[in-house]
Ligand binder design. Structure first.
Ligand code: PEP
Length: 250
């Protein structure tokens, strides 16, 4: 947090239902409206594709943005099952996650593909939230900063204008959905390395979010670190009160 406006972004993953989302969205909308937090922090939710229309209706004219969890590199065509950037734009998406560790691990997404997805988002005016992070084996082998550098390389190669329009998220794989959070110092070490690379690439002001078992109880100490500009929140984003308390720490 150095004069960079924080962002707290929920990642619903593959959770939700029309009825449950309706309650969650109206609860966070009304609470965030009444909170003084909106003056200091941006907030958004990344929802499954079928719920974009519901989310748009529920959050239009609020201080909460919304987005998707993936995007095709193609703008249209014979790509069965994919969802294109222009489609996301039609539903008012401000953000899209790219390269979440679950997609890298389970769908074989490479860092080159992740960079291409970031570019596809930028092409339609949507902010890509580029996720990077090491596994426990990589951390234990002392490879954390090398892995992050490799994941960032094709993204930074898109150039400073592109990078300047992105958000990055550092999500250690061993901390996602495990209840094990990186300590503020562990996270800050990696965030500082990411910031140094961003500065080299001419975009020092890009927001770098931390993700991995963030809860209301640990959010403030993480967000207080110099190079942590908010959070990407999985499980805790499914409970309105918990999510709002995290946003208030932003
Ligand atoms: C995530 O899905 O990006 C995430 C950080 O999940 P959780 O907060 O549940 O660890």
């Amino acid at each position: 947090t150095q004069n960079i406006r924080p962002l707290v972004l929920g990642n619903w993953k593959m959770h939700g239902s029309l009825a449950g989302n309706g309650q969650l969205l109206s609860a966070i909308r009304s609470a965030w409206n009444q909170s003084s937090g909106a003056a200091a922090c941006d907030v958004g939710v990344c929802v499954p594709f079928p719920y974009l229309s519901q989310t748009e209706s529920a959050l239009t004219d609020s201080d909460i943005a919304w987005g998707a969890q993936d995007i095709s590199v193609h703008a249209q065509g014979a790509y069965t099952g994919e969802v294109a950037g222009p489609m996301l734009a039609e539903f008012g998406c401000r953000y899209v996650l790219v390269g979440h560790s679950e997609r890298r691990a389970m769908h074989g997404e490479t860092s080159e593909l992740v960079a291409a997805k970031a570019q596809a988002a930028l092409a339609v005016g949507i902010t890509p939230v580029v996720c990077v992070g090491e596994t426990l084996a990589e951390r234990d082998a002392g490879r954390t900063l090398d892995v992050i550098a490799e994941q960032l390389a094709p993204v930074l190669a898109l150039g400073s204008q592109a990078v300047g329009a992105m958000v990055l998220a550092y999500e250690p794989v061993w901390a996602i959905g495990t209840g094990k959070t990186a300590s503020p110092e562990q996270a800050q070490e990696v965030h500082a390395a990411i910031r140094a690379r961003l500065a080299q690439a001419g975009s020092p002001g890009v927001r770098v979010l931390y993700g991995g078992s963030v809860k209301a109880a640990n959010a403030a100490s993480l967000f207080a670190m110099q190079d942590i500009d908010g959070g990407l929140i999985g499980g805790a984003a499914l409970q309105a009160e918990e999510f709002l308390r995290i946003a208030e720490a932003g």
